[in-house]
Design a protein around this ligand. Structure first.
Ligand code: GDP
Ligand code: IMO
Ligand code: MG
Length: 423
């Protein structure tokens, strides 16, 4: 399989978890390189549903080594809860199957509290974050005041560093009129988590370097999606990490010349959860998908906003990620649609735009220009071979791949492993 970077080509929730799980069959190692437990990756194995937040989706394939890389922000209590939740479902997570980078940054309760407080202060300008403390934790990392896993698991060093960070953040919380964080109970909780997680912690940069030198196949599991990228997304309506393919290198320590290809995952339509522009948003397709019980967030349960496929956006995603191959998921979501719309350009103040404008306010005022495709109006979820898909469906999929500018390689017609076709 070689070393593959998998990214979301839209606004997150493209079905990355399902595709990662399918591709993990050929991988020795799966690495998360950015984001935190804001992610929610859904994988079905038979009838059992797993939702992974911090642990790479590769954990569900026995024998795979999963890595939480240095670019991730790690909520210790969230991770311990996730390990325990997997154990209840029969998946044992051990230091042989999961390793954690020493230099990942740690999320604290003040980060979550500040995340929430900032959202309240923004009022109707709010981002609609997951309130997991992601932005404030990456903020501390950039400001060089964050605590890393190596500080967290160092029992002699941690209490003083913790107390120092708590004191400063409590001053900020008090100034905002929020409740300060309690020292003793939180320190006790973090100490308990550190004792649980210490055996998992290692130098993942060296470990990955040695593994790739031995010829291991590594899959880099992207979280969030291209338009949530801190640099390339619809700023400020973004998350706080590089969700695009470059983040796989900086977030793991594996250099660009060790990467072999980039797979972009996208839905056959578009969704977004949280605030910010979504040019192709449409009530008809939203009602249809929500009516089918689909498109509710895996992390927060919020209703996802839905729209038609936006080829301007995915073309932009192909450009900034260097996408070689496309995996298109949720094709079955369009099974009942008579005429399917695809946005091929935007209109802004009388001009035609073929790229996503950098300014989110401009993007919010763009009108989508649609091309219409005839639907296939027949169920696809039982189909297992590309040749057996309705001709209109194949035409639609090849067209959106061509408009995106990458090769169609995987088609998904349901959440299960076997509802996957390779071209
Ligand atoms: P991720 O964050 O990119 O991993 O995606 P999520 O798991 O948050 O959301 C994708 C949803 O689509 C999950 O509920 C998946 O089980 C589901 N899913 C993935 N591929 C397909 C598909 O081809 N058809 C259907 N019906 N559901 C799918
Ligand atoms: P996966 O990996 C979809 C969105 C939030 C919000 C913005 C910022 O499952 O695709 P944050 O909590 O990161 O500061 O929120 O980003 N967001 C996601 N949307 N899928 C995700 O992850 C997301 N992670 C964050 O809704 O709009
Ligand atoms: Mg998700």
């Amino acid at each position: 399989m070689a070393n593959v970077i998998l990214v979301g080509a839209q606004w997150g929730d493209e079905g990355k978890g399902k595709i990662i799980d399918v591709l993990t069959e050929q991988a020795d190692i799966v690495v998360r390189t950015q984001g935190g437990n804001n992610a929610g990756h859904t994988v079905f194995v038979g009838p059992t549903k797993y939702v992974l937040h911090l642990i790479p989706s590769g954990i569900l394939r026995p024998g795979t080594v999963c890595v939480i890389g240095n670019g991730v922000v790690l909520d210790p209590a969230g991770l311990v809860a996730e390990i325990d939740g997997l154990a209840r479902l029969g998946v044992e997570v051990t230091p042989a199957s999961l390793v954690i980078s020493e230099t990942a940054h740690v999320v604290f309760p003040w980060h979550r509290e500040l995340d929430g407080q900032r959202e309240v202060r923004k009022g109707n300008q709010k981002i609609g974050t997951t309130k997991r403390g992601i932005g404030p934790t990456y903020g501390d990392k950039a400001a060089r005041v964050g605590l890393r896993v190596t500080d967290f698991v160092n029992a002699s060093r941690f209490p003083a560093r913790f107390a120092e960070r708590l004191a400063e953040n409590n001053e900020i919380l008090r100034a905002l009129g929020a409740q300060p964080i309690d020292h003793d109970s939180v320190l006790a909780e973090y100490t308990r988590c550190a004792d649980r997680l210490r055996p998992f912690v290692t130098n993942t940069v060296v470990m990955l370097h040695e593994a790739t030198r031995r010829g291991a196949n590594v899959l880099f599991e992207g979280a969030q999606g291209t338009f949530l990228d801190i640099d390339h997304g619809t700023y400020p309506y973004v998350t706080s990490s590089n969700t695009t393919s470059g983040g796989a290198c900086t977030g793991s320590g594996v250099p660009p010349n060790r990467m072999d290809r980039v797979v972009g995952v996208m839905k056959a339509y578009t969704t977004r959860v949280g605030e910010g522009p979504l040019p192709t948003e449409d009530a008809e397709i939203s009602d249809l998908l929500h009516g089918m019980g689909r498109e509710f967030g895996a992390t927060t349960g919020r209703m996802r906003r839905c729209g038609w496929f936006d080829a301007v956006a995915t073309r932009h995603a192909a450009m900034v990620n260097g996408i070689d191959e496309l995996a298109v998921t949720n094709v079955d979501g369009l099974d009942s649609v008579r005429s399917i719309r695809v946005c091929s350009s935007y209109r802004f103040e009388g001009q035609t735009l073929r790229h996503v404008p950098s300014d989110a306010e401009v993007l919010a005022r763009c009108e989508p220009v649609f091309e219409d495709f005839p639907g296939w109006e027949t169920p696809t979820d039982g189909i297992r071979r590309w040749e057996d898909l309705p001709v209109n469906c194949r035409h639609y999929l090849l067209s959106i791949a061509q408009m995106t500018g990458a090769r169609l390689s995987i088609v998904s017609v349901g959440p299960a492993r076997d509802q996957t076709m390779f071209l």
